[in-house]
Write a protein that binds this ligand. Sequence first.
Ligand SMILES: Cc1cc2nc3c(=O)[nH]c(=O)nc-3n(C[C@H](O)[C@H](O)[C@H](O)COP(=O)(O)O)c2cc1C
Length: 203
Amino acid sequence: MQTNIEIETPTPSHDPLALFASWYSAVERSGDPHVDTMYLATATSDGLPSLRAVLYKGVSAGRIRFFTSYDGRKATELTANPRAALLFCWRAVERQVRIEGRVEKLDPAESDAYFAMRPRESQLGAIVSPQSREIAGLADLETRLAEVAVSHEGRAVPRPASWGGYGVVPDRWEMWIGRMARLHERYAYVRDGDRWRFTMLAP
Ligand SMILES: Cc1cc2nc3c(=O)[nH]c(=O)nc-3n(C[C@H](O)[C@H](O)[C@H](O)COP(=O)(O)O)c2cc1C
């Protein structure tokens, strides 16, 4: 599909993070309801990969943010091997962004600030769900949810220590633009000390 939305073409003088922000807002303005769906790949220390969707939660200090359990499978893999790959695939506008880099836990204060903005149901859910563990069914979790709703009634829900944010510090970006005749455009920005090396890649 060719689109008529205004989206900048990557150039050597672009900062990839600023370019990403510009693409993101263009896709958001185009009305894509899933603009914030981001795929996150992690791997064990032996290099066995795993992949899942998470929600993109903006950028802070140059890091791409997402929030999750600190006890689940992705967290266990990130502790053993703190590197990740991210993918945004915006099919409606034929754009793709790939990001690779080191992963850091956000400061507790940053996770607290984000947690405080979440809907109460989600806050309570973060307390009761042992993410990625085997469960017999949802009934126990629903009972626990009802219990914590009562025990926290009338007061703010504190962020559990087992839940918070991560930030990916990019050292490689790739911006992909789909073209009709399959000669798609691919541009890479690879960190080289304190600058970015810009290249074009064959599709
Ligand atoms: C569209 C979409 C968005 C999601 N966003 C998040 C998210 O922001 N954080 C999260 O922990 N899980 C999110 N999930 C659930 C994850 O895909 C995954 O099931 C969960 O994080 C457990 O992954 P893990 O076992 O690899 O740790 C989302 C799922 C979908 C389909």
